[in-house]
Design a protein around this ligand. Structure first.
Ligand code: SER
Length: 509
């Protein structure tokens, strides 16, 4: 029988069926914003919502669980743009809560990859933990790999950097075993081996053997129960199954790429820069759609700030591609359509998602336009052949949020061949960063620890202001921060719109 085309949906279903047949209970994806956990802004791994159960609390649905979890990782947002890196992605996972351990976990992974997905066994490699002062060489994992028939020369023992997984500063973790697929691309050098980032190897699955709980003092305490926590990247595994190793060419992302190509008139693959820019726009708008679906609005703090960065970076990269109009809406509509069945919450929140996206895009476009006008004016006053001053690039960045790489593009367009004083710009940036650091320290010193009659009065004023804001704007207003010095008070709060002068007047009153 012909094998169905390996789409993302096909993989999700195969995975579910395989683990259900082995006694696992299938869980729906938890929301991206963790419920009742303030230690992290977004869920970034399938195991996050399961932490209490990995630490020993009994799970109501049993000891074997599996799911496909929505994840968001933004700590390396600038790294997005290659074939595999995403902010938003889906992670397939199976868990043993004190039930099976390394032998079964590895044997099932092997069976799933080679039998169900029919990946060529010769292209699969494993890495295991080499041991250190915290835990020994992972003999058990090595034996489990040898038992399924993986030859010793395709098993690599690596250090903690590569083969140890823990979610945070504290909590459950342990040695892991990663499964790597050889794309067949040439090795980058004699030391090129699984876990090398040159593009030859794709990590498709990570099996973590959670035997320890990391305590606040950095020590590891053996857990009462030995758990398995696995994570398989959905997009990259589909890319492997389809044989092109480019996540953006899979069925979940390619329609978005096509949308951006149509909007910009540029071709994916035209050159590395354009390809990268298209990927960033696609990745960020897809992620923004999922964040917006959880009723987060763009702001300058916390979740809202992550969302704002995603949208604004997408707009910036859209501009670099030459898109001048508002365009996010089209990409977001396509995203909602692509995930209609699996994540109906996108369709349910469609109006909110589109409305907030367009508002933020308009806001940022205005800022960019103002910056652009200033740049045009300054350039027109500059002597022919003169170097563009670093101060101008800095002012645009500082006052208009105008990103330096965009200024570079604009200068090249408006004044082809002009030089920019990047050294001067960098110097100003350093001074600015140092000042911000000092200011942050100063604010800290000037906090409530320094109680003077002025700061006590201003502290009381924050409460009055909070109440006034809620009366005028509504109960959705929440305080998210404040800073008090003897001279002034700053109050940060959540509200989806800019306040009108009339609202400000009422609040003041
Ligand atoms: N928690 C591990 C990871 O995120 C495996 O699921 O890679």
């Amino acid at each position: 029988m012909a094998r169905p085309k390996p789409t993302a949906d096909w993989l999700r279903q195969r995975y579910r069926r395989f683990f259900e047949a082995r006694g696992h209970h299938w869980l729906p994806s938890a929301p991206l914003v963790p419920e009742g956990d303030s230690s992290t802004l977004f869920i970034s791994a399938g195991m996050h919502p399961l932490v209490p159960y990995l630490l020993g609390e009994p799970h109501p649905l049993g000891k074997r669980l599996a799911d496909c979890q929505k994840c968001l990782r933004t700590e390396d947002i600038e790294g997005v743009g290659n074939e595999q890196k995403h902010t938003f992605f889906e992670m397939l996972g199976n868990w043993s809560l004190g039930d099976y351990f390394k032998k079964e976990s590895i044997a099932w992974s092997w069976e799933f990859l080679t039998q169900e997905l029919q990946l060529e066994p010769e292209r699969l490699y494993a890495t295991i933990f080499a041991g250190n002062e915290d835990a020994p060489y992972d003999q058990e994992a090595e034996e489990a790999w040898l038992a399924v028939g993986l030859p010793k020369e395709r098993i690599f023992a690596l250090g903690k950097e590569e083969n140890w997984w823990e979610a945070g500063e504290t909590g459950p973790g342990g040695p892991d075993s990663e499964i790597w697929y050889d794309t067949g691309r040439p090795a980058c050098g004699p030391d090129c081996r699984p876990s090398c980032k040159c593009g030859k190897w794709v990590e498709i699955w990570n099996n973590v053997f959670m035997q320890y709980n990391r305590l606040a003092d950095g020590s590891y305490q053996p857990l009462k129960q030995k758990n398995v926590d696995t994570g398989m990247g959905l997009e990259r595994t589909v890319a492997v199954l389809q044989g092109h190793y480019d996540n953006y060419r899979i069925d979940l992302l390619w329609p978005l790429v096509e949308e951006v190509m149509a909007l910009s008139g540029r071709e994916y693959g035209e050159n590395d820069e354009v390809t990268r820019q298209i990927r960033v726009v696609v990745d960020h708008l897809r992620a923004a759609t999922f964040v917006l679906a959880e009723k987060i609005t763009p702001s300058n703090v916390q979740h809202g700030y992550v969302l704002r960065r995603l949208i604004r970076r997408a707009v910036r990269f859209g501009r670099l591609l030459g898109i001048k109009s508002l365009f996010g809406e089209k990409v977001i509509q396509k995203t909602i359509e692509l995930y209609r069945e699996i994540y109906p919450e996108l369709t349910q929140e469609r109006a909110f998602i589109l409305d907030e996206l367009v508002k933020e895009e308009e806001r940022f476009n205005q800022v960019l336009d103002r910056g652009l006008r200033l740049l045009e004016k300054e350039l027109s006053q500059l002597a022919r052949g003169a170097t563009v001053p670093g101060q101008l690039i800095f002012d645009l960045y500082q006052s208009y949020g105008f990103p330096p790489e965009m200024t570079r593009e604009e200068v090249a367009r408006l004044r082809p061949g002009s030089k920019i004083d990047w050294v001067g710009f960098e110097k100003l940036m350093k001074v600015h960063q140092e000042k911000s650091r000092q200011a942050a320290k100063g604010l800290f010193r000037g906090g409530l620890a320094e109680q003077t009659p002025e700061t006590i009065r201003l502290h009381t004023a924050t409460h009055l202001l909070h109440q006034a804001l809620r009366q005028v704007l509504g109960d959705q207003v929440h305080q998210v921060g404040s800073a008090i010095t003897p001279e002034k008070l700053r109050f940060d709060f959540t509200h989806p719109q800019k306040l009108t002068p009339e609202e400000l007047r009422q609040v003041e009153e």
